[in-house]
Design a protein around this ligand. Structure first.
Ligand code: RB5
Length: 161
């Protein structure tokens, strides 16, 4: 069973279909579309804030917009994609209440959720292929926040302005 199929089985078993928001610049457009199609196929609700083509656009606008959607509680998690994963992650993290994490490995995804209660996963269309991004995001979605000693640290993060 592939990781994609495994992700699907996990979500169906838990009956956990989520509202997810995605955003990218031109360099993240292709990977965002691949993730979006996969997540729709799994049954999740998708809100795409753009960009909507490979025409050059600036990542701050889209990182901030998807961050606002998550911070407002209109989506449970966000996915932010630019070329490197760096710039759009910085933009999302400018929004109060957002904990956006760079995800380049499955372990990053697991730790970002378990320790940091991340609510946005950031991927780089030029550094991470779709199958690894899917595998990592399936882990991101199915990993709960551990709380405990991490809860106070995340509360401290939320206090920072
Ligand atoms: C766009 O060329 C590229 O700079 C952008 O997608 C991102 O990698 C920035 O951090």
């Amino acid at each position: 069973m592939s990781w994609q199929e495994f992700g699907c089985v996990v979500h169906q078993k838990l009956g956990k279909f989520m509202k997810l928001v995605l955003g990218s610049d031109h360099a993240g457009f292709e990977l965002k579309n691949a993730l979006s199609a996969w997540l729709l196929d799994l049954g999740h609700q998708i809100y795409d804030v753009g960009g909507f083509s490979e025409e050059r656009v600036d990542y701050p606008e889209f990182g901030a917009e998807l961050g606002r959607v998550v911070a407002a509680g209109e989506a449970e998690f966000g996915i932010a994609v630019c070329g490197s994963d760096l710039g759009i992650c910085m933009a999302a993290n400018k929004i109060q209440g957002i904990r956006a994490a760079l995800i380049r490995t499955v372990e990053d995804a697991q730790l970002a959720r378990a320790h940091n209660n991340a609510n946005v996963a950031c991927f780089g269309g030029r550094v991470t292929d779709a199958s690894l991004a899917q595998e990592a995001f399936a882990v991101f979605l199915s990993t709960p926040f551990e709380g405990g000693r991490h809860a106070d640290r995340v509360a401290q993060l939320n206090e920072l302005t």
